[in-house]
Unconditional design. Structure first.
Length: 530
């Protein structure tokens, strides 16, 4: 008899699951709203996403298209929310049988979120803990409210319902009908979604991509290098020679754009140097600045992909800074460390080669460096993939040996050295497009930073490789536009492209990569001519 009544006192698993889902949503919604409203309070969703990134096993990144491009970041945030809600559903189902298990699961989730936030380099612990505690309490409270209402769950701390004797203080909440349960759950869920959505909006607004408005750069010593005449082709569908800041690809491990305060930021130069140096932002931009076009590519860029851009960078000569610090003999590696702990590493010999000018960049295409591209300062080293060279939100330049240190992505299985492979891309015609028979233009880009591109060749339907017309390159460190006039005949055609670098080396045709050292193979489009 007692057993029967106890069982009937439990809500069905469905109601438990629904209560758990709503409880999870309320916790997430409140935590996100707090993060959006109160400066310094971290987003727990972002923190858990960052923990996932930090804990990824070597090689995991090969599964995603880029080293955390914009789409990956969204997918990761969504995945975190889905997993958190799934655990909350579990807590609801468990809580419907024994509330203690329900709140324990929610508390563990809250604790993990708290931990995830506290270990973030850019997060202060107290607001993180406060947010996690409030969010967990809100989730537990919601779960209890819904479970009690749904099924006369015994109120914890009082006499269990099943054994309640009349008049002994047995307190059971009214067993709501189905409609009441749905209405209350729905209202809470709606509130949670609004709070969470608003919170996310505010969080993102607090992490803009643009540079801080107050910052102004002094003019570089000389006028900006003019684009050489003939460097831009007037060809259909061709990618602009210079990539506008807003269209420059973004790849990094940060789920929210770091906002670094230039007033307190410092750049250290240390390690195997004679004189460790420190620069404030004003000191850095007070040094002689110069401009340079450099094409930057991500090692994760696939053949035909768009994780590549070309910008006019403004900055300080890295060689001058290194000379001032005095590199000690044997310091074979230069490590760039970011405010968030991210690192790159490249050979000192690459940086010191007289043929190139690595830079500590403070400006991009005539504006201060946008936050999403590394404000206040980043490294740009001609000829190297971003993951070994282009530290954004730079905080330290550390001299060490090649053997003594592996940078962030090297530890995760990517090549220790990352010279950009010779590449080429067909921008027009687009793959799968249809064209009119007659004169057509095939065009695109080719790059081999900083060996330069000496030739681009196009192959139609497996025929001979034909030399394309090259635009004038800005420099060997930049990509170059190319075009080929083509008398298109009716039918289906395949078009391939390959580049030859400045040393005469032909682009590798065997498809491979991108891991561990960059993608190989020729870009190909198929078109129908009518
Ligand atoms: N601090 C920091 N710097 C970073 C990264 C990062 O994750 N964190 N990613 C690197 C990689 S993999 C690339 S390809 C370039 C991309 O620079 P962009 O986002 O300005 O295009 O930044 C590099 N610098
Ligand atoms: Mo990258």
């Amino acid at each position: 008899m007692e057993r029967v009544s106890a069982t009937s006192a439990h809500p069905p698993a469905m109601r438990g699951a629904a209560a758990g889902f709503v409880a999870g949503a309320v916790g997430l919604g409140i935590s996100e709203l707090l993060a959006g409203l109160v400066p310094g309070v971290p987003s727990l969703v972002t923190a858990m996403g960052s923990l996932v990134i930090a804990l990824q096993p070597p090689g995991a990144k090969a599964l995603v298209t880029g080293l955390f491009g914009t789409a990956d970041k969204t997918a990761l945030n969504v995945a975190v929310v889905v997993v958190a809600l799934a655990l909350a559903v579990l807590a609801g189902v468990a809580g419907a049988r024994s509330f203690a298990n329900g709140w324990r699961i929610l508390t563990v989730v809250g604790f993990v979120a708290c931990l995830a936030a506290v270990v973030q380099p850019l997060v202060s612990p107290v607001p993180a803990v406060v947010n996690a505690v409030i969010a967990t309490a809100a989730a537990v409270g919601t779960l209890r409210f819904l479970l009690v209402g749904a099924a006369a769950l015994p109120i914890p701390g009082r006499v269990a319902a099943g054994r309640a004797a009349p008049g002994a203080g047995a307190a059971v909440m009214p067993d709501w009908d189905r409609r009441t349960f749905l209405l209350r759950s729905g209202a809470l869920l709606g509130g949670a979604v609004v709070a969470g959505g608003l919170g996310r909006l505010l969080v993102q607004r607090a992490h803009p991509a643009a540079p801080p408005v107050a910052v102004r750069l002094p003019a570089p010593a000389g006028p900006p290098p003019a684009l050489p005449p003939g460097s831009s082709l007037d060809a259909p569908g061709i990618t602009p020679l210079v990539t506008p800041n807003g269209r420059f690809y973004r790849i990094d491990t940060e789920l929210l754009v770091p906002q670094v305060d230039a007033a307190t930021w410092q750049l250290r130069v240390d390690g195997m140097v004679d004189h460790p140096l420190t620069f404030t932002y004003d000191e850095l931009i007070g040094l002689p600045l110069f401009d340079q076009y450099v094409t930057l590519e991500c090692v994760s860029n696939v053949v035909g992909g768009d994780l590549i851009g070309n910008a006019l960078w403004t900055g300080v000569h890295l060689k001058a800074i290194l000379a001032e610090a005095g590199i000690r003999p044997g310091a074979t590696q230069i490590v760039g460390r970011a405010v968030d702990g991210f690192t790159v590493g490249f050979p000192t010999s690459w940086a010191l080669d007289p043929s190139r000018e690595p830079m500590i960049v403070v400006g991009m295409n005539g504006s201060p460096l946008p936050a999403e591209h590394g404000f206040p300062a980043r490294l740009i080293v001609p000829g190297l993939y971003g993951y070994v060279s282009a530290t954004k939100w730079l905080s330290e330049i550390w001299l060490t040996t090649m053997e003594a240190f592996n940078a962030y992505w090297v530890n995760l299985g990517w090549a220790k050295e990352g010279p950009i492979l010779t590449g080429s891309r067909i921008d027009h015609p687009a793959d799968g497009s249809s064209l009119a028979a007659g004169p057509q233009v095939i065009d695109g880009l080719a790059w081999a930073p900083d060996r330069g591109v000496s030739r681009v060749e196009v192959q139609i339907d497996g025929g001979p490789w034909q030399a394309a017309e090259l635009a004038r390159a800005i420099s060997r460190a930049t990509w170059v536009q190319w075009e080929l006039r083509w008398a298109a005949t009716a039918g289906s055609h395949s078009i391939r492209v390959r580049a030859v670098d400045g040393t005469g080396q032909v682009q590798t045709g065997t498809p491979g990569g991108p891991a561990p050292a960059g993608a190989t193979g020729y870009d190909e489009v198929r078109v129908t001519v009518r």
